[in-house]
Design a protein around this ligand. Structure first.
Ligand code: SAM
Length: 354
């Protein structure tokens, strides 16, 4: 057995410093460190990076060195014996702004919005409510009014939503064979990232992005400006307006924004509108049944606390909500990544859409 005085609290020290890791990543991205190193034809010294960025040389050297420790950059010696820096393959793929799989928008949103909300986690845990009022001085009575407090914030949120699907959108849409569903509505479809995945994987479906009018406007302006014959738009409020009839409704990261009551209210409406034999595809991050993990989802449910009215749930909780609205025959597909898919059906008497 290890003597008590020899126990070293490595894990606790790591957690204590965790925010320093996040901030180092945020700042390196915001300053464009990875973009400059990527654009350069050869590895750069700290002095050259500082010159490019217009930053302090010594401070930049410390930032780059921390990125080396985080395995986001690599160093080598150049012919003059100077230390020079370059991106790792992972940084080039996910941290440069021009990469098709860039996470830079997510990182920006974490840095400028989520990080500020988490400052009030203590209050959120005491009160059980989100912290928009304290963090940004806006009422969160209407959640999406608060999230979309300016057009700029709305576009940033949409970019955040968009960017993760570059990394794991294919997995959630290809989890089930959706080819029998011809008309698909993506409720709260936002930037259209999943609609694009859907039409590319299933060649006969039409996908309608249903979202608030101002979101649809921004989607057309910034994300789906090129016409796509199988992607359509529908402006509406899924709580207030009638939902159009369809074979399949996608609800990706929608239910986690809301309380159980509001989820059932929405699912009831989806059930009423759904063609018999059709279904609903719920895409969410899922907690293990005993809630012992995964850690990211445990942290996301805290994030839902500081940011929304909802929570992350277990697969059985989603099944329960779906059943309460009338859906049956629920199948859960774990993708092995952050988000998973649950397909449930509206039964006909004995037949489904084929
Ligand atoms: N489904 C997208 C995804 O996974 O990337 C976006 C998820 S985002 C957390 C929630 C989406 O629901 C936003 O696009 C938001 O504009 C939309 N939304 C919120 N309230 C809505 C309402 N009442 N009617 C229609 N859309 C709404």
């Amino acid at each position: 057995a290890i003597a008590k005085e020899d126990i070293y609290p490595q894990k606790i020290l790591d957690y204590m410093e965790g925010f320093m890791v996040s901030k180092t990543l945020f700042v390196a991205c915001e300053l464009g460190v990875f973009d400059h190193l990527h654009a350069s034809e050869h590895p750069l010294t700290a002095e050259e990076v500082a010159q490019e960025l217009g930053t302090n040389k010594d401070a930049t050297e410390r930032l780059l060195s921390a990125c080396v420790g985080l395995e986001l950059l690599i160093t080598q010696s150049d012919e003059k014996g100077q230390v020079v820096y370059s991106n790792t393959d992972m940084s080039t793929m996910f941290l440069t702004k021009s990469s098709p799989r860039s996470l830079s928008h997510s990182i920006e949103y974490y840095s400028n919005t989520i990080y500020l909300c988490w400052r009030y986690l203590n209050d959120a845990v005491r009160e059980g409510t989100n912290q928009y009022e304290k963090a940004f001085g806006v009422s969160s009575k209407d959640l999406f009014e608060a999230l979309y407090r300016s057009e700029e914030e709305m576009v940033k949120f949409m970019q955040l939503m968009n960017s993760i699907w570059n990394v794991c959108g294919r997995d959630v849409i290809s989890a089930f064979n959706l080819s029998q569903f011809r008309s698909i509505y993506d409720l709260g479809g936002c930037s259209g990232a999943l609609a694009k995945q859907c039409v590319s994987i299933f060649p006969t479906c039409k996908v309608t992005i249903f979202d608030l009018p101002k979101v649809i406007r921004m989607c057309r302006k910034h994300f789906l400006f090129k016409e796509h014959e199988r992607i359509l738009f529908h402006e509406g409020d899924f709580f207030k307006d009638n939902l159009p009839e369809a074979d399949l409704y996608i609800l990706a990261r929608i239910l986690h924004d809301w309380t159980d009551e509001r989820c059932v209210e929405l699912l009831n409406k989806v059930y009423q509108a759904c063609r018999p034999g059709g279904g609903v595809l719920v895409i969410e991050s899922l907690l293990y049944e005993d809630k012992s993990g995964p850690l990211s989802t445990q942290l996301y449910t805290l994030n839902m606390l500081v940011q929304t009215e909802g929570r992350e749930r277990r697969a059985s909780e989603y099944t329960h909500l779906l059943n309460a609205a009338g859906f049956r025959d629920t199948h859960v597909h774990m993708t092995g990544k952050l988000y998973h898919s649950i397909l449930a059906r509206k039964q006909t008497h004995g037949s489904t859409i084929t």
